[in-house]
Design a protein around this ligand. Structure first.
Ligand code: G6P
Length: 369
């Protein structure tokens, strides 16, 4: 096992660090920065269906559902297709409305989650086209779907998903780009800009991972926290959800992810000097808004730990800690901002003496209903 961990203390840490190369494996042979092209062989034949789709239903559980939430923002922005993101367990049991021309996108790392598998069967019976985004090659879900795209992140052993999440978001981004470009809703220049930026992501992730020691140090501050709040807006709202899930899964600290603007409708009541508030606050169109959310937290003496874009001079004056990450396009920001959150959870959990690779009560793949 020590050998399999490749010199890291835990599989989770190894998998977090693998992301600069696993993302490369996900885009390899699919994104060509030379020809400015994205090609997804697994779903090429169904692209016309996607281009004409009236709506897309994305289904998944846990972290895969969070990736699906990013997918909603991507497909709506690039391809102008309405998207609904569903927990597989809710979808399957509530007699959902499924149209024959619906595209159902099932996301699953393991390809074995019972609820997701059952939701797929239901959608197929209703006549929808079902596509899969899975990591484990040859697992049940890819066999049950009409077509799909593998994430190729490599085996993920840690129960808390890390590199599978960034791989799922990468696939969703590529899909939305292809569909949007073919449909004409994603302008050529934008499409090309995204492709070029994709090529730069592995190096940018590496740069974030170099902050490991810094992140480990700041994590010490929050080892005894009992609650934590995670905030983000737009593309970074699902990242806040994922950040909170990572922390609760492995450190057993109660954490909630919220769209930053919703804070005033509830969670703000909880903020005091004991409450760490982790904010994904990179430069994008809601930057000014998130700055005021941070001020609201500080006014109530909350501790703010913000993920910001390199060179940010505004938030660094307000927050207790900032973690600077390289600039990228707004739609690609989830792929970078989630990484410091993964590391923070990892270090807090390790310092609390938790079994990070196999947290209590959790399973890597939930094959029961
Ligand atoms: C379990 C795992 C999570 C995972 C979820 C969905 O809860 O612990 O890490 O996100 O199942 O699994 P899937 O394999 O369908 O992505």
């Amino acid at each position: 096992e020590q050998i399999e961990k490749g010199g890291y203390d835990h599989f989770m840490l190894k998998e977090i660090f693998e992301q600069s190369s696993s993302i490369h494996d996900t885009i390899r042979g699919r994104v060509s920065t030379k020809n400015n092209e994205v090609f997804l062989g697994g779903i090429n034949d169904v692209i016309p269906k996607l281009v004409n789709a009236r709506r897309i239903l994305i289904i998944g559980c846990g972290t895969s559902w969070h990736a699906g939430m990013v997918g909603e923002y991507l497909f709506e922005e690039f391809a102008r297709i309405p998207v609904e993101v569903e927990y597989a367990s809710e979808f399957r049991y509530r007699n959902p409305v499924i149209f024959k021309d619906d595209i159902v996108l099932a996301i699953s790392q393991s390809g074995e989650t019972a609820d997701t598998l059952a939701a797929i069967k239901l959608a197929k019976e209703a006549g929808a086209t079902v596509l899969g985004i899975c990591n484990v090659v040859g697992s049940s879900i890819p066999r049950e779907t009409h077509a799909g795209v593998y994430t190729h992140a490599g085996p993920e052993i840690g129960v808390a998903s890390t590199k599978a999440f960034t791989a799922q978001v990468t696939v969703l981004t590529m899909m939305a780009m292809v569909v949007g470009y073919r449909k004409g809703t994603l302008p050529k220049e934008e499409y090309h800009k995204l492709i070029q930026e994709f090529g730069k992501l592995p190096a940018k992730i590496k740069k974030i991972l170099e902050k490991d020691a810094e992140i480990k140090e700041l994590s010490k501050q929050y080892v005894d926290s009992t609650n934590a709040l995670y905030l983000g807006r737009g593309y970074l709202f699902p990242v806040a959800l994922e950040g909170a899930l990572k922390l609760k899964e492995i450190s057993y600290i109660h954490a909630e992810g919220y769209p930053a603007a919703e804070m005033k409708h509830g969670p703000i009541a909880l903020i005091d000097e004991q409450m760490p508030v982790f904010v994904a606050a990179t430069k994008d169109k809601s930057y000014e808004k998130i700055v005021s959310n941070i001020q609201e937290v500080k006014a109530r003496k909350g501790h703010v730990i913000a993920i910001v874009t390199e060179g940010d001079s505004v938030i660094s004056k307000m927050a207790d800690y900032v973690i600077e990450i390289p600039e990228t396009q707004e739609a690609l920001a989830p792929l970078l901002t989630v990484i410091p959150f993964q590391l923070i959870s990892y270090y807090i959990a390790v310092l609390r003496g938790c079994n990070v690779d196999q947290p209590r009560n959790l399973a890597k793949s939930v094959t029961v209903e």
